[in-house]
Design a protein around this ligand. Structure first.
Ligand SMILES: C[S@@+](CC[C@H](N)C(=O)[O-])C[C@H]1O[C@@H](n2cnc3c(N)ncnc32)[C@H](O)[C@@H]1O
Length: 213
């Protein structure tokens, strides 16, 4: 989703970091072989995720919704040398594809894949995190928030993707549209929860940064 006129959008991309070659390969293969390739974060948002991670320099990262591993690799760029990223996806068909690219990167040994429903896996992770990227099924965003908030270290960051939901957040709500309702509820929760401070960035489909106080 582009909120800026195309010409300005192109200018923004042209004056930002270039996408690493490995991520270009991963994107090509995702488009050739995987259903719904549009789900991957893409080059500009990927550079934003990488920059935020490098600024934060996390020791531990959690990602909900690995897909083909694009954002995992972007976030891993900011990890401390002995840091680790845990990434969860429910789709077992993606596991080998992800591992192939993780192992081609410099971060393969720091990336831990978890297969299954994030709602089941998060409570079993006996760790706390400096950075959490929420990018799985929208109807569970509120549930994910409640599961992860006590696992986020003070000063830790939650990044939430697709919070503008293709612009539907400002359109009249169809009562049958559970995903839009879920995103609306989630955005209200992030704005009102006193444990965090939040800024919604109009990047791609909307990316919110929340910082734990
Ligand atoms: C938008 S894609 C993630 C994109 C990826 N983070 C990126 O930026 O390239 C969403 C992923 O969430 C996964 N997913 C959906 N429901 C899930 C659940 N309940 N638990 C874990 N993963 C889930 C899907 O299989 C899909 O791969």
């Amino acid at each position: 989703m582009h909120f800026l006129p195309e010409e300005l959008d192109d200018y923004v991309v042209a004056h930002s970091e270039a996408e690493p070659e490995l991520l270009q390969q991963l994107t090509r293969e995702t488009y050739q072989k995987i259903l719904q390739p549009i789900m991957l974060s893409g080059s500009y948002q990927g550079r934003v995720l990488s920059m935020i991670s490098k600024l934060k320099q996390p020791k531990t990262i959690l990602e909900l919704g690995t897909f083909t591993g694009y954002a995992t690799l972007c976030l891993a760029e900011g990890l401390q040398k002995d840091g680790e990223i845990h990434t969860i996806d429910i789709n077992e068909e993606l596991e080998d594809f992800q591992r192939k690219y993780f192992d081609k990167s410099a971060y393969g040994h720091q990336i831990f894949q978890h297969l299954g429903d994030a709602l089941d896996i998060i409570p079993k992770l006996d760790k706390t995190f400096d950075l959490i990227f929420i990018d799985a099924d929208k109807p569970n965003y509120v549930n994910y928030f409640h599961l992860i908030i006590d696992k986020l270290n003070p000063g830790g960051i939650i990044l939430s993707d697709n919070v503008l939901w293709h612009g539907k957040v400002v359109e009249p709500l169809d009562p049958k549209d559970v995903s839009t309702k879920a995103v609306l509820d989630y955005n209200t929760l992030l704005k009102e929860d006193p444990r965090i401070e939040t800024v919604l960035l109009p990047i791609r489909d909307g990316l919110t940064i929340s910082r734990k106080l």
